[in-house]
Design a protein around this ligand. Structure first.
Ligand SMILES: *Cc1c(COP(=O)(O)O)cnc(C)c1O
Length: 564
Protein backbone atom coordinates (compact mmCIF):
# COMPACT_ATOMS: atom_id res chain seq x y z
CA UNK A 1 0.00 0.00 0.00
CA UNK A 2 1.10 3.63 -0.58
CA UNK A 3 1.38 4.06 3.17
CA UNK A 4 4.05 1.38 3.57
CA UNK A 5 6.96 3.69 2.85
CA UNK A 6 5.98 5.60 6.00
CA UNK A 7 5.51 2.72 8.44
CA UNK A 8 9.13 1.62 8.44
CA UNK A 9 10.29 4.09 11.05
CA UNK A 10 8.68 5.12 14.34
CA UNK A 11 6.89 8.47 14.12
CA UNK A 12 5.51 11.31 16.17
CA UNK A 13 1.77 11.48 15.64
CA UNK A 14 0.46 15.05 15.51
CA UNK A 15 -3.29 15.23 16.15
CA UNK A 16 -5.25 18.35 15.28
CA UNK A 17 -8.94 18.99 14.64
CA UNK A 18 -7.88 21.12 11.69
CA UNK A 19 -4.82 20.97 9.46
CA UNK A 20 -4.53 23.64 6.78
CA UNK A 21 -2.13 22.73 4.03
CA UNK A 22 -3.26 24.57 0.95
CA UNK A 23 -6.16 26.87 0.08
CA UNK A 24 -7.81 24.32 -2.19
CA UNK A 25 -8.20 21.87 0.69
CA UNK A 26 -10.91 23.29 2.98
CA UNK A 27 -9.71 21.52 6.10
CA UNK A 28 -9.04 24.54 8.31
CA UNK A 29 -10.82 27.53 9.76
CA UNK A 30 -7.91 29.71 10.84
CA UNK A 31 -4.82 30.04 13.00
CA UNK A 32 -4.88 26.65 14.71
CA UNK A 33 -5.18 24.72 11.47
CA UNK A 34 -2.63 26.75 9.59
CA UNK A 35 -0.18 26.36 12.45
CA UNK A 36 -0.70 22.60 12.23
CA UNK A 37 -0.05 22.61 8.49
CA UNK A 38 3.01 24.84 8.85
CA UNK A 39 4.35 22.56 11.59
CA UNK A 40 4.11 19.46 9.42
CA UNK A 41 5.65 21.29 6.45
CA UNK A 42 8.67 22.23 8.54
CA UNK A 43 8.86 18.65 9.82
CA UNK A 44 8.99 17.48 6.20
CA UNK A 45 11.72 20.01 5.34
CA UNK A 46 13.74 18.94 8.38
CA UNK A 47 13.08 15.23 7.80
CA UNK A 48 11.54 14.75 11.21
CA UNK A 49 9.48 11.54 11.23
CA UNK A 50 6.00 12.86 11.95
CA UNK A 51 2.51 11.97 10.82
CA UNK A 52 -0.52 14.25 10.94
CA UNK A 53 -3.98 13.04 11.94
CA UNK A 54 -7.13 15.09 11.40
CA UNK A 55 -10.68 14.91 10.00
CA UNK A 56 -11.47 15.35 6.34
CA UNK A 57 -14.12 18.10 6.70
CA UNK A 58 -15.74 17.31 3.39
CA UNK A 59 -17.94 20.42 3.50
CA UNK A 60 -15.18 22.64 4.82
CA UNK A 61 -15.66 25.30 7.48
CA UNK A 62 -17.98 27.58 5.53
CA UNK A 63 -17.89 29.93 2.59
CA UNK A 64 -18.59 33.48 3.66
CA UNK A 65 -20.78 35.81 1.66
CA UNK A 66 -21.33 39.38 2.87
CA UNK A 67 -24.35 41.39 1.76
CA UNK A 68 -24.47 45.17 1.29
CA UNK A 69 -24.87 45.69 5.04
CA UNK A 70 -22.08 43.33 5.97
CA UNK A 71 -24.44 40.59 7.09
CA UNK A 72 -22.72 37.24 6.91
CA UNK A 73 -24.31 34.48 4.86
CA UNK A 74 -22.80 31.02 5.31
CA UNK A 75 -22.57 28.38 2.60
CA UNK A 76 -21.19 24.84 2.70
CA UNK A 77 -17.69 24.80 1.26
CA UNK A 78 -16.96 21.38 -0.29
CA UNK A 79 -13.64 20.63 -1.96
CA UNK A 80 -12.19 18.21 -4.46
CA UNK A 81 -10.95 15.47 -2.17
CA UNK A 82 -10.00 12.96 -4.88
CA UNK A 83 -7.86 15.55 -6.60
CA UNK A 84 -5.53 15.90 -3.62
CA UNK A 85 -5.84 12.79 -1.47
CA UNK A 86 -5.48 9.05 -1.90
CA UNK A 87 -8.05 6.83 -0.29
CA UNK A 88 -6.50 4.17 1.92
CA UNK A 89 -7.81 0.66 2.14
CA UNK A 90 -8.41 0.74 5.88
CA UNK A 91 -11.45 0.70 8.14
CA UNK A 92 -11.68 0.76 11.93
CA UNK A 93 -14.67 1.19 14.20
CA UNK A 94 -15.44 3.42 17.14
CA UNK A 95 -18.52 3.10 19.31
CA UNK A 96 -20.98 5.96 19.40
CA UNK A 97 -24.32 5.58 21.23
CA UNK A 98 -23.73 1.84 21.37
CA UNK A 99 -23.44 1.58 17.62
CA UNK A 100 -20.35 0.89 15.56
CA UNK A 101 -19.21 3.82 13.46
CA UNK A 102 -16.81 2.92 10.67
CA UNK A 103 -13.88 5.21 10.05
CA UNK A 104 -11.63 5.19 7.02
CA UNK A 105 -8.74 7.46 6.06
CA UNK A 106 -7.31 9.38 3.15
CA UNK A 107 -3.66 10.16 2.66
CA UNK A 108 -1.97 13.40 1.75
CA UNK A 109 1.80 13.52 1.55
CA UNK A 110 3.64 16.76 2.29
CA UNK A 111 6.72 16.64 0.08
CA UNK A 112 9.55 19.03 0.76
CA UNK A 113 12.14 20.33 -1.66
CA UNK A 114 14.68 18.70 0.67
CA UNK A 115 13.26 15.28 -0.16
CA UNK A 116 11.63 14.93 3.25
CA UNK A 117 8.05 13.68 3.39
CA UNK A 118 5.34 13.78 6.04
CA UNK A 119 2.10 11.83 5.60
CA UNK A 120 -1.19 13.30 6.82
CA UNK A 121 -4.24 11.13 7.50
CA UNK A 122 -7.69 12.62 6.98
CA UNK A 123 -10.33 10.54 8.77
CA UNK A 124 -13.64 10.02 7.03
CA UNK A 125 -16.93 8.45 8.17
CA UNK A 126 -18.84 9.14 4.95
CA UNK A 127 -18.86 5.53 3.80
CA UNK A 128 -21.80 3.23 2.95
CA UNK A 129 -21.20 1.01 6.00
CA UNK A 130 -22.41 3.84 8.24
CA UNK A 131 -25.91 5.01 9.06
CA UNK A 132 -26.80 8.35 7.48
CA UNK A 133 -26.37 10.34 10.71
CA UNK A 134 -22.84 9.01 11.13
CA UNK A 135 -21.84 9.67 7.55
CA UNK A 136 -21.98 13.41 8.16
CA UNK A 137 -19.74 13.33 11.25
CA UNK A 138 -16.67 14.34 9.29
CA UNK A 139 -18.47 16.89 7.09
CA UNK A 140 -18.36 20.20 8.96
CA UNK A 141 -15.42 21.72 10.79
CA UNK A 142 -16.74 23.26 14.04
CA UNK A 143 -20.30 22.72 12.81
CA UNK A 144 -23.31 21.31 14.61
CA UNK A 145 -24.02 21.20 18.32
CA UNK A 146 -22.22 19.94 21.41
CA UNK A 147 -23.06 16.32 20.68
CA UNK A 148 -21.82 16.59 17.10
CA UNK A 149 -18.57 18.03 18.43
CA UNK A 150 -18.23 15.23 20.98
CA UNK A 151 -18.75 12.60 18.29
CA UNK A 152 -16.19 14.27 16.04
CA UNK A 153 -13.72 14.22 18.89
CA UNK A 154 -14.32 10.51 19.41
CA UNK A 155 -13.62 9.90 15.73
CA UNK A 156 -10.48 12.05 15.88
CA UNK A 157 -8.95 10.81 19.14
CA UNK A 158 -10.04 7.20 19.30
CA UNK A 159 -10.56 6.58 15.60
CA UNK A 160 -7.23 8.26 14.87
CA UNK A 161 -5.25 5.97 17.16
CA UNK A 162 -7.01 2.88 15.86
CA UNK A 163 -6.31 3.84 12.25
CA UNK A 164 -2.61 4.39 13.01
CA UNK A 165 -2.53 1.00 14.66
CA UNK A 166 -4.38 -0.72 11.85
CA UNK A 167 -1.99 0.75 9.29
CA UNK A 168 0.95 -0.62 11.24
CA UNK A 169 2.47 2.59 12.55
CA UNK A 170 4.80 2.57 15.49
CA UNK A 171 4.28 5.82 17.38
CA UNK A 172 6.92 7.36 19.65
CA UNK A 173 4.88 10.34 20.85
CA UNK A 174 1.33 11.57 20.52
CA UNK A 175 1.16 15.34 20.21
CA UNK A 176 -2.27 16.83 20.88
CA UNK A 177 -2.59 20.19 19.19
CA UNK A 178 -5.33 21.60 21.48
CA UNK A 179 -7.86 19.53 23.43
CA UNK A 180 -10.04 18.26 20.57
CA UNK A 181 -7.98 15.09 20.34
CA UNK A 182 -7.62 14.37 24.09
CA UNK A 183 -9.73 11.22 23.88
CA UNK A 184 -6.71 9.54 22.37
CA UNK A 185 -5.38 9.30 25.93
CA UNK A 186 -8.33 7.12 26.91
CA UNK A 187 -7.64 4.74 24.06
CA UNK A 188 -4.02 4.54 25.20
CA UNK A 189 -5.15 3.90 28.79
CA UNK A 190 -7.22 1.00 27.51
CA UNK A 191 -4.33 -0.33 25.52
CA UNK A 192 -1.95 -0.33 28.47
CA UNK A 193 -4.47 -1.61 30.98
CA UNK A 194 -2.94 -4.32 33.14
CA UNK A 195 -4.79 -7.51 33.95
CA UNK A 196 -6.45 -7.31 37.34
CA UNK A 197 -4.58 -10.31 38.76
CA UNK A 198 -1.24 -8.52 38.31
CA UNK A 199 -2.10 -5.62 40.57
CA UNK A 200 -3.54 -5.14 44.01
CA UNK A 201 -5.50 -1.97 43.55
CA UNK A 202 -8.22 -0.92 41.15
CA UNK A 203 -6.27 2.21 40.46
CA UNK A 204 -3.14 0.38 39.37
CA UNK A 205 -4.95 -1.37 36.57
CA UNK A 206 -4.71 1.93 34.74
CA UNK A 207 -1.16 2.80 33.85
CA UNK A 208 -1.44 6.58 33.59
CA UNK A 209 2.34 6.98 33.83
CA UNK A 210 2.87 4.95 30.70
CA UNK A 211 0.36 7.06 28.80
CA UNK A 212 1.96 10.24 30.12
CA UNK A 213 5.34 9.14 28.83
CA UNK A 214 3.89 9.07 25.34
CA UNK A 215 1.92 12.32 25.29
CA UNK A 216 2.57 15.97 24.57
CA UNK A 217 -0.11 18.63 24.83
CA UNK A 218 -0.18 22.13 23.37
CA UNK A 219 -2.82 24.52 24.66
CA UNK A 220 -3.87 27.52 22.59
CA UNK A 221 -6.70 29.03 24.57
CA UNK A 222 -6.11 31.70 27.23
CA UNK A 223 -9.83 31.87 28.19
CA UNK A 224 -11.51 29.31 30.43
CA UNK A 225 -14.68 29.33 28.31
CA UNK A 226 -12.69 28.46 25.22
CA UNK A 227 -11.86 24.95 26.40
CA UNK A 228 -14.10 22.14 25.20
CA UNK A 229 -16.24 20.76 28.04
CA UNK A 230 -18.89 18.07 27.97
CA UNK A 231 -21.43 17.04 30.64
CA UNK A 232 -20.61 13.57 31.94
CA UNK A 233 -24.10 12.23 31.31
CA UNK A 234 -23.78 13.16 27.63
CA UNK A 235 -20.32 11.61 27.50
CA UNK A 236 -21.58 8.39 29.08
CA UNK A 237 -24.56 8.14 26.76
CA UNK A 238 -22.50 8.75 23.64
CA UNK A 239 -19.19 7.10 24.49
CA UNK A 240 -20.19 4.45 26.96
CA UNK A 241 -17.74 3.74 29.71
CA UNK A 242 -14.38 3.60 27.97
CA UNK A 243 -12.69 3.99 31.34
CA UNK A 244 -14.58 3.96 34.65
CA UNK A 245 -16.31 7.21 35.56
CA UNK A 246 -14.29 7.66 38.80
CA UNK A 247 -11.09 7.60 36.78
CA UNK A 248 -12.42 9.85 34.06
CA UNK A 249 -13.50 12.43 36.66
CA UNK A 250 -10.13 12.23 38.32
CA UNK A 251 -8.45 12.99 35.00
CA UNK A 252 -10.86 15.41 33.36
CA UNK A 253 -12.47 17.34 36.20
CA UNK A 254 -15.42 16.80 38.52
CA UNK A 255 -18.20 18.94 37.11
CA UNK A 256 -17.81 18.48 33.37
CA UNK A 257 -15.37 16.58 31.23
CA UNK A 258 -12.74 19.18 30.39
CA UNK A 259 -10.75 18.13 27.33
CA UNK A 260 -7.81 20.34 28.28
CA UNK A 261 -7.55 18.86 31.77
CA UNK A 262 -7.75 15.37 30.32
CA UNK A 263 -4.87 16.16 27.99
CA UNK A 264 -2.89 17.92 30.75
CA UNK A 265 -3.22 15.05 33.21
CA UNK A 266 -2.01 12.51 30.72
CA UNK A 267 0.84 14.44 29.15
CA UNK A 268 4.41 14.55 30.29
CA UNK A 269 5.03 17.81 28.46
CA UNK A 270 2.55 20.68 28.28
CA UNK A 271 3.14 23.98 26.56
CA UNK A 272 1.56 27.29 25.72
CA UNK A 273 2.30 29.05 22.44
CA UNK A 274 4.14 32.17 23.66
CA UNK A 275 5.95 33.21 26.84
CA UNK A 276 3.02 35.33 27.93
CA UNK A 277 0.57 32.54 27.18
CA UNK A 278 2.62 30.22 29.37
CA UNK A 279 2.14 32.62 32.30
CA UNK A 280 -1.56 33.04 31.63
CA UNK A 281 -2.05 29.28 31.35
CA UNK A 282 -0.21 28.61 34.58
CA UNK A 283 -2.57 31.00 36.35
CA UNK A 284 -5.57 29.36 34.74
CA UNK A 285 -4.37 25.84 35.60
CA UNK A 286 -2.49 26.14 38.89
CA UNK A 287 -0.30 23.19 39.80
CA UNK A 288 0.66 22.24 36.27
CA UNK A 289 4.09 22.82 34.85
CA UNK A 290 3.52 24.55 31.56
CA UNK A 291 6.31 25.37 29.15
CA UNK A 292 6.44 27.93 26.38
CA UNK A 293 7.19 27.18 22.76
CA UNK A 294 6.35 30.26 20.77
CA UNK A 295 4.55 29.69 17.49
CA UNK A 296 6.00 30.32 14.08
CA UNK A 297 4.98 30.18 10.43
CA UNK A 298 6.38 28.11 7.58
CA UNK A 299 8.73 30.51 5.85
CA UNK A 300 8.56 29.08 2.34
CA UNK A 301 4.75 29.02 2.43
CA UNK A 302 4.36 32.60 3.63
CA UNK A 303 6.93 34.45 1.52
CA UNK A 304 5.42 36.06 -1.58
CA UNK A 305 6.86 35.49 -5.06
CA UNK A 306 8.70 38.83 -5.33
CA UNK A 307 10.32 38.24 -1.93
CA UNK A 308 11.24 34.68 -2.82
CA UNK A 309 13.18 36.04 -5.77
CA UNK A 310 14.81 38.66 -3.57
CA UNK A 311 15.78 36.18 -0.85
CA UNK A 312 17.07 33.68 -3.39
CA UNK A 313 19.36 36.37 -4.70
CA UNK A 314 20.66 37.81 -1.42
CA UNK A 315 19.96 35.15 1.21
CA UNK A 316 20.36 31.81 -0.54
CA UNK A 317 19.37 28.84 1.61
CA UNK A 318 16.79 30.89 3.58
CA UNK A 319 13.90 28.48 2.99
CA UNK A 320 15.38 25.60 4.95
CA UNK A 321 17.42 27.79 7.27
CA UNK A 322 15.37 30.86 8.15
CA UNK A 323 18.14 31.95 10.55
CA UNK A 324 19.74 33.35 7.39
CA UNK A 325 17.16 36.15 7.55
CA UNK A 326 19.51 37.66 10.13
CA UNK A 327 21.47 38.97 7.15
CA UNK A 328 18.51 40.86 5.69
CA UNK A 329 20.36 44.15 5.96
CA UNK A 330 22.46 43.06 3.00
CA UNK A 331 19.49 43.46 0.68
CA UNK A 332 19.79 46.75 -1.25
CA UNK A 333 17.09 49.24 -0.29
CA UNK A 334 15.75 49.87 -3.79
CA UNK A 335 15.37 46.17 -4.48
CA UNK A 336 13.55 45.58 -1.21
CA UNK A 337 11.17 48.42 -1.92
CA UNK A 338 10.69 47.22 -5.47
CA UNK A 339 9.75 43.72 -4.26
CA UNK A 340 7.32 45.25 -1.77
CA UNK A 341 5.70 47.37 -4.47
CA UNK A 342 5.26 44.30 -6.66
CA UNK A 343 3.47 42.52 -3.84
CA UNK A 344 1.44 45.64 -3.09
CA UNK A 345 0.35 46.12 -6.70
CA UNK A 346 -0.64 42.49 -6.87
CA UNK A 347 -2.85 42.99 -3.80
CA UNK A 348 -4.33 46.33 -4.84
CA UNK A 349 -5.19 45.05 -8.33
CA UNK A 350 -6.85 42.03 -6.76
CA UNK A 351 -8.85 44.15 -4.29
CA UNK A 352 -9.93 46.59 -6.96
CA UNK A 353 -10.99 43.78 -9.27
CA UNK A 354 -13.00 42.21 -6.48
CA UNK A 355 -14.60 45.32 -4.99
CA UNK A 356 -14.21 48.19 -7.46
CA UNK A 357 -12.90 50.22 -4.50
CA UNK A 358 -10.25 51.97 -6.55
CA UNK A 359 -7.44 51.76 -4.00
CA UNK A 360 -4.10 53.35 -4.94
CA UNK A 361 -0.64 51.87 -5.16
CA UNK A 362 1.01 54.73 -3.31
CA UNK A 363 -1.35 55.23 -0.41
CA UNK A 364 -0.32 53.88 3.00
CA UNK A 365 -2.27 50.64 3.36
CA UNK A 366 -3.27 49.07 6.65
CA UNK A 367 -4.13 45.37 6.77
CA UNK A 368 -6.34 43.76 9.37
CA UNK A 369 -7.49 40.19 8.77
CA UNK A 370 -8.32 37.46 11.24
CA UNK A 371 -11.33 35.71 12.74
CA UNK A 372 -14.06 38.26 13.43
CA UNK A 373 -14.74 37.84 17.13
CA UNK A 374 -15.19 40.48 19.83
CA UNK A 375 -11.85 40.10 21.62
CA UNK A 376 -9.94 40.77 18.39
CA UNK A 377 -11.59 44.22 18.26
CA UNK A 378 -11.56 44.71 14.48
CA UNK A 379 -13.45 47.98 15.05
CA UNK A 380 -10.83 49.66 17.23
CA UNK A 381 -9.30 51.52 14.30
CA UNK A 382 -12.70 52.85 13.21
CA UNK A 383 -13.98 53.45 16.73
CA UNK A 384 -13.72 57.21 16.18
CA UNK A 385 -14.49 57.61 12.47
CA UNK A 386 -14.16 61.38 12.56
CA UNK A 387 -10.73 61.22 14.16
CA UNK A 388 -9.59 58.57 11.71
CA UNK A 389 -10.73 60.71 8.76
CA UNK A 390 -8.87 63.74 10.19
CA UNK A 391 -5.65 61.78 10.59
CA UNK A 392 -5.94 60.17 7.19
CA UNK A 393 -6.41 63.25 4.98
CA UNK A 394 -6.48 60.88 2.03
CA UNK A 395 -3.26 59.22 3.17
CA UNK A 396 -4.69 55.97 4.54
CA UNK A 397 -6.55 53.04 3.02
CA UNK A 398 -7.64 49.98 4.99
CA UNK A 399 -8.21 46.39 3.96
CA UNK A 400 -10.20 44.13 6.26
CA UNK A 401 -11.09 40.45 6.03
CA UNK A 402 -12.25 37.73 8.38
CA UNK A 403 -15.06 35.26 9.02
CA UNK A 404 -17.19 35.13 12.16
CA UNK A 405 -18.04 31.69 13.50
CA UNK A 406 -21.67 30.96 12.51
CA UNK A 407 -22.77 31.14 16.15
CA UNK A 408 -20.66 34.18 17.09
CA UNK A 409 -23.22 36.98 17.06
CA UNK A 410 -20.73 39.47 18.48
CA UNK A 411 -18.31 38.70 15.68
CA UNK A 412 -21.01 39.15 13.05
CA UNK A 413 -22.00 42.53 14.52
CA UNK A 414 -18.38 43.66 14.26
CA UNK A 415 -18.38 43.06 10.52
CA UNK A 416 -21.61 45.02 10.16
CA UNK A 417 -20.21 47.89 12.15
CA UNK A 418 -17.18 48.09 9.84
CA UNK A 419 -19.51 48.13 6.83
CA UNK A 420 -21.49 50.96 8.38
CA UNK A 421 -18.45 53.16 9.06
CA UNK A 422 -16.90 52.26 5.71
CA UNK A 423 -19.93 53.75 3.95
CA UNK A 424 -20.09 56.74 6.26
CA UNK A 425 -16.49 57.91 5.69
CA UNK A 426 -15.91 56.57 2.20
CA UNK A 427 -15.05 60.01 0.81
CA UNK A 428 -12.30 60.46 3.38
CA UNK A 429 -10.84 56.98 3.94
CA UNK A 430 -11.13 54.08 1.56
CA UNK A 431 -12.03 50.96 3.50
CA UNK A 432 -12.74 47.55 2.03
CA UNK A 433 -13.89 44.36 3.71
CA UNK A 434 -13.03 41.31 1.61
CA UNK A 435 -15.35 38.32 1.94
CA UNK A 436 -14.22 34.75 2.55
CA UNK A 437 -10.82 35.17 4.13
CA UNK A 438 -8.64 32.14 3.42
CA UNK A 439 -4.96 31.18 3.05
CA UNK A 440 -4.73 32.49 -0.47
CA UNK A 441 -6.12 35.87 0.46
CA UNK A 442 -3.96 35.94 3.59
CA UNK A 443 -0.87 35.47 1.42
CA UNK A 444 -1.78 38.47 -0.74
CA UNK A 445 -2.67 40.61 2.26
CA UNK A 446 0.30 40.00 4.55
CA UNK A 447 2.71 40.70 1.68
CA UNK A 448 0.90 43.58 0.01
CA UNK A 449 -0.06 45.97 2.82
CA UNK A 450 2.33 48.50 4.36
CA UNK A 451 1.58 47.68 7.96
CA UNK A 452 -0.09 44.76 9.72
CA UNK A 453 -2.44 45.81 12.48
CA UNK A 454 -3.43 43.65 15.45
CA UNK A 455 -5.23 44.98 18.50
CA UNK A 456 -6.79 42.18 20.52
CA UNK A 457 -7.95 42.61 24.07
CA UNK A 458 -5.22 41.32 26.38
CA UNK A 459 -4.49 38.57 27.32
CA UNK A 460 -6.68 36.72 24.85
CA UNK A 461 -4.21 36.42 21.97
CA UNK A 462 -2.31 33.26 22.88
CA UNK A 463 0.23 33.91 20.14
CA UNK A 464 -1.16 35.13 16.82
CA UNK A 465 0.65 34.17 13.65
CA UNK A 466 -0.49 36.45 10.83
CA UNK A 467 1.90 39.18 12.01
CA UNK A 468 4.76 36.71 11.57
CA UNK A 469 3.63 36.14 7.99
CA UNK A 470 3.74 39.91 7.42
CA UNK A 471 7.27 40.12 8.86
CA UNK A 472 8.38 37.43 6.42
CA UNK A 473 7.48 39.88 3.66
CA UNK A 474 9.14 42.88 5.24
CA UNK A 475 5.84 44.27 6.53
CA UNK A 476 6.17 45.77 10.03
CA UNK A 477 3.63 45.12 12.77
CA UNK A 478 1.58 47.61 14.73
CA UNK A 479 0.16 45.61 17.56
CA UNK A 480 -1.04 45.38 21.11
CA UNK A 481 1.58 43.83 23.40
CA UNK A 482 0.12 40.38 23.68
CA UNK A 483 1.10 36.92 22.40
CA UNK A 484 4.14 36.73 20.14
CA UNK A 485 4.52 40.49 19.70
CA UNK A 486 5.82 40.90 23.26
CA UNK A 487 8.77 38.81 22.10
CA UNK A 488 9.15 40.30 18.61
CA UNK A 489 8.61 43.96 19.40
CA UNK A 490 11.39 46.56 19.53
CA UNK A 491 9.68 49.92 19.47
CA UNK A 492 10.43 51.88 16.33
CA UNK A 493 12.75 49.14 15.05
CA UNK A 494 10.66 46.08 14.24
CA UNK A 495 7.36 47.95 14.37
CA UNK A 496 5.20 49.59 17.01
CA UNK A 497 3.21 48.76 20.11
CA UNK A 498 -0.31 49.88 20.91
CA UNK A 499 -0.61 50.48 24.64
CA UNK A 500 1.96 49.40 27.20
CA UNK A 501 3.16 46.05 28.45
CA UNK A 502 1.77 46.42 31.94
CA UNK A 503 -1.60 48.08 31.57
CA UNK A 504 -4.64 46.00 30.76
CA UNK A 505 -6.68 46.70 27.65
CA UNK A 506 -8.89 49.75 27.59
CA UNK A 507 -10.63 50.48 24.31
CA UNK A 508 -10.50 54.27 24.73
CA UNK A 509 -6.86 54.39 25.71
CA UNK A 510 -5.81 51.84 23.08
CA UNK A 511 -7.64 53.74 20.33
CA UNK A 512 -6.00 56.96 21.48
CA UNK A 513 -2.55 55.37 21.31
CA UNK A 514 -3.28 53.83 17.92
CA UNK A 515 -4.37 57.18 16.45
CA UNK A 516 -1.46 58.98 18.08
CA UNK A 517 1.17 56.63 16.71
CA UNK A 518 -0.36 56.58 13.26
CA UNK A 519 -0.46 60.33 12.90
CA UNK A 520 2.74 61.29 14.74
CA UNK A 521 5.13 58.48 14.01
CA UNK A 522 4.04 56.05 11.37
CA UNK A 523 2.53 58.21 8.63
CA UNK A 524 5.33 60.82 8.72
CA UNK A 525 7.94 58.07 8.53
CA UNK A 526 6.23 56.29 5.66
CA UNK A 527 5.68 59.39 3.55
CA UNK A 528 8.65 61.55 4.49
CA UNK A 529 11.42 59.20 5.47
CA UNK A 530 11.28 56.20 3.22
CA UNK A 531 14.90 55.43 3.98
CA UNK A 532 14.15 54.77 7.67
CA UNK A 533 10.95 52.99 6.75
CA UNK A 534 12.87 50.48 4.66
CA UNK A 535 15.29 49.93 7.54
CA UNK A 536 12.31 48.97 9.68
CA UNK A 537 11.18 46.59 6.95
CA UNK A 538 14.60 44.96 7.04
CA UNK A 539 14.37 44.62 10.81
CA UNK A 540 11.03 42.89 10.47
CA UNK A 541 12.81 40.28 8.36
CA UNK A 542 16.08 40.11 10.29
CA UNK A 543 14.65 40.21 13.82
CA UNK A 544 11.12 38.82 13.45
CA UNK A 545 11.02 36.37 10.52
CA UNK A 546 14.43 35.11 11.64
CA UNK A 547 12.89 33.75 14.84
CA UNK A 548 9.13 33.40 14.37
CA UNK A 549 9.13 30.50 11.94
CA UNK A 550 8.10 26.86 12.33
CA UNK A 551 11.61 25.57 11.62
CA UNK A 552 12.78 27.05 14.93
CA UNK A 553 9.52 26.02 16.60
CA UNK A 554 9.65 22.38 15.44
CA UNK A 555 13.27 22.09 16.58
CA UNK A 556 12.14 23.24 20.02
CA UNK A 557 9.39 20.64 20.07
CA UNK A 558 11.92 17.97 19.17
CA UNK A 559 14.46 18.86 21.85
CA UNK A 560 12.06 19.97 24.60
CA UNK A 561 9.11 17.66 24.13
CA UNK A 562 9.66 14.75 21.76
CA UNK A 563 13.01 13.35 22.82
CA UNK A 564 13.12 13.92 26.58
C1 LIG B 1 -2.61 33.03 9.49
C2 LIG B 1 -4.07 32.94 9.33
C3 LIG B 1 -4.92 33.04 10.44
C4 LIG B 1 -4.40 33.28 11.84
O1 LIG B 1 -4.17 34.64 12.06
P1 LIG B 1 -4.01 35.21 13.53
O2 LIG B 1 -3.27 36.45 13.40
O3 LIG B 1 -3.24 34.19 14.31
O4 LIG B 1 -5.35 35.40 14.09
C5 LIG B 1 -6.27 32.94 10.25
N1 LIG B 1 -6.79 32.72 9.02
C6 LIG B 1 -6.02 32.62 7.94
C7 LIG B 1 -6.65 32.38 6.62
C8 LIG B 1 -4.63 32.72 8.05
O5 LIG B 1 -3.86 32.60 6.96
Amino acid sequence: MVIDEFTREARIAYFSMEIGIKPEMHTYSGGLGILAGDTLKSAADLRIPMIGVTLIHKMGYFKQELDFFGRQIEHPDPWEIEKYLTKLDVVVTVTIENKPVYVTAWLYVIESGTGGKVPVLFLDTDIPENEPEHRTLTHYLYGGDLEYRLKQEIVLGIGGIRILNELGFEIKKYHMNEGHSSFLTLELLQRFKRPIEEVWSDELVWDTEKVKDLCVFTTHTPVAAGHDRFPYEVVQRIMGEIVPLWLLKKLAGDGMLNMTLLGFNLSEFINGVSKKHEEVSEKMFPGYEIHAITNGVHSYTWVSEPFKRLYNKYLPGWANEPEIFVRAWRIPEEELWDAHMQAKKHLIDYVNRLTGANLNYDTFTIGFARRATPYKRADLLISDPHRLAMIAEGRIQIIYAGKAHPRDEGGKKLIQRIFEVKERIKDKVKIVYLPNYDMEMAMKLVAGVDIWLNNPQKPYEASGTSGMKAAHNGVPNLSVLDGWWIEGWIEGYTGWAIGSLEESSDPKRDAEDLYYKLSNEILPLFYENRHIWIKIMKNAIALNAYYFNTHRMVRFYVTEAYIR
